[in-house]
Design a protein around this ligand. Sequence first.
Ligand SMILES: NC(=O)c1ccc[n+]([C@@H]2O[C@H](COP(=O)([O-])OP(=O)(O)OC[C@H]3O[C@@H](n4cnc5c(N)ncnc54)[C@H](OP(=O)(O)O)[C@@H]3O)[C@@H](O)[C@H]2O)c1
Length: 233
Amino acid sequence: MSDQVLITGASRGIGRAAAERFRKEGWRVINVSRSPCTVPDVINVPVDLAVPGWEPAVEAALRGGAGQGRLSVIHNAALYEHDDALTMDADHLRRVLEVNVVAPLVLNRLARPLLTDGSSLLYVSSTLGEKAVKGVASYVTTKHALIGMMRATCQDLAGTQVHTACVCPGFTDTEMLREHMGADPAVRASVAGMTTFGRLITPEEIAGVLYLCATTPVLNGAVIHANLGQIER
Ligand SMILES: NC(=O)c1ccc[n+]([C@@H]2O[C@H](COP(=O)([O-])OP(=O)(O)OC[C@H]3O[C@@H](n4cnc5c(N)ncnc54)[C@H](OP(=O)(O)O)[C@@H]3O)[C@@H](O)[C@H]2O)c1
């Protein structure tokens, strides 16, 4: 009997590294994203989480693993847009909320009947889940919301043997960060210089933290700062 994990956004970056890690540990892995995860033996559910109506496809994939061991759901997919708290269009915020906050809520509901003892609901927030920088208001807002949702999840799971945690990565070397930094090597070096180790975090490091969370119930309700010691300016 194998354990199974559903990861949103495992087509690349942190999600893909997590898919690789859980496969290596023998878990059944389901990826939910628009493009496929190329890690061998991952089950792909090709949906756009910004467009409601994806639930039946995800539910079918989850049911395919029913009767297996633990289930872990990792809410990892996110939109990271440049916007401004004072000028942002409401429909723009609704779209970001749909992917970053509403999708996790819906997935939790779909997963609930399959949450056997030892299962977990894991959130991926950000250092920007607890502070803000200029120009990414919808991201900051939704990443704060995920920490709140994890804390509420913890309370509402009371009496079960299911746990929850929220991982807050720092600057991790993925497409999302590269798109945000642009191509200038000087900008990349300056971002790398914002950790006390003077380098970017690898997606595999965050995947390791997610695996630890999935297999460590005592981390229930924990907000985990996985940022390699971010230098505050
Ligand atoms: N990289 C960092 O420095 C950093 C720092 C802090 C927190 N984080 C958090 O870590 C998580 C992963 O980030 P990452 O850097 O690995 O990002 P990434 O490389 O941009 O990957 C994002 C993933 O989300 C999926 N996704 C985006 N929109 C989607 C949609 N509408 N429907 C379904 N899937 C969608 C993408 O898949 P498709 O495009 O195939 O749909 C992709 O697999 C995010 O929650 C991010 O906020 C990252």
